[in-house]
Design a protein around this ligand. Structure first.
Ligand code: A2P
Length: 316
């Protein structure tokens, strides 16, 4: 398994199983299958509403000796409704309880967006807290405290723009170790990737296959398909691989961590095999021409009437 070094030289597996959109009834088997066939990294979050099932699968895989705790990397995230300092550690403890773990390898601030305690998704403007009311540095300082208490070995952020990373870095001596953002050939985020690399921040790509299983209400009618692009199909045919394998290999070959979601055993295995594929520089350059600056997860769901958050400011 390829890895990337973090600030303290600990290494993070460059390939992992995504669990966003994995139904509770299916994610248990998906995680068990993944760990049994050699996955070393599972990406979780409490807002995926399936951490107890993920935790059961991890626990059973540990107790049956299929994997050892120190061999696997578990990421989870802090939901937006626990950004206020007193909420952070209790939220992370709940995640640890659900995942049946003593520590996380990595914990991320899920979004640079704050909601009131108890609100899962905002329905009205008053469900929000502004970043003036709860500055990201307040949340980040509590994340540092959580890592000092041993709840997580590494801490980072998700869905942070370069501007938000730079603002945070200017206010702290503990840089985020990871930024997890959407990335694939239609949203390569080359500037953000270069910035992260210049700061020693690992860049993790979510939705590497285009997340076509997102709920219909979050999808646009005319979304471009990644898995059926003719160039991806051509390169896949040339290597006798599948389009998904090309997309995964592309992400890893450009030194990003890639976390495709699947609950299907054949595709779980297919995706793992892709993590060892080396593409040629011609393949990489050809795929780089597909840039559309297209976000599948564009954050417009945070822009309800009266919301203090706008898409333009989110990705500033
Ligand atoms: P499934 O879970 O049934 O395998 P993303 O990681 O970008 O969020 O994409 C997840 C979507 O891609 C899911 O619909 C998932 O379906 C599908 N998927 C995962 N692996 C593959 C694969 N190897 N080939 C085709 N589709 C895949």
């Amino acid at each position: 398994m390829k890895t990337l070094a973090l600030t303290n030289q600990d290494t993070m597996p460059m390939f992992g199983l995504g669990t966003w959109k994995s139904p509770p009834g299916e994610v248990y088997q998906a995680v068990k299958t993944a760990l049994a066939i050699g996955y070393k990294h599972i990406d979780c979050a409490p807002i995926y509403r399936n951490e107890p099932e993920v935790g059961q699968a991890i626990q059973e895989s540990l107790s049956s000796g299929i994997v050892k705790r120190e061999e696997i990397w578990i990421t989870s995230k802090l939901w937006n409704n626990a950004h206020q300092s007193p909420e952070v550690i209790p939220a992370l403890k709940q995640t640890l309880k659900d995942l049946q773990l003593d520590y996380l390898d990595l914990c991320l601030i899920h979004w640079p967006i704050a909601l009131k305690k108890g609100v899962l998704f905002p329905e009205k403007a008053s469900d929000y807290l502004t970043l003036t009311e709860v500055p990201l540095i307040e949340t980040w300082s509590a994340m540092i405290a959580a890592s000092e208490q041993g709840l997580c070995k590494h801490i980072g952020v998700s869905n942070f723009s370069q501007q938000k990373l730079a603002d945070l870095i200017a206010q702290t001596s503990y840089k985020p170790e990871v930024n997890q953002v959407e990335s694939h050939p239609y949203l390569q985020q080359n500037d953000l990737l270069a910035y992260c690399q210049s700061q020693g921040i690992v860049f993790t790509a979510y939705s590497p296959l285009g997340s076509s299983d997102r709920a219909q209400v979050f999808k646009k009618a005319d979304e471009p398909s990644l898995l059926t692009h003719p160039l991806i199909l051509d390169i896949a045919a040339k290597h006798s691989l599948t389009p998904a394998q090309i997309l995964i290999a592309w992400g890893i070959n450009r030194n990003t961590v890639v976390i495709p979601k699947s609950v299907n055993p054949e595709r779980i295995a297919e995706n793992l095999a892709a993590s060892e594929v080396n593409l040629t520089s011609e393949d990489m350059q050809a795929i780089a021409t597909l840039e559309l600056n297209y976000r599948y997860v564009d954050g417009s769901f945070w822009e309800i009437p009266g919301s203090p958050y706008t898409v333009a400011e989110l990705w500033d």
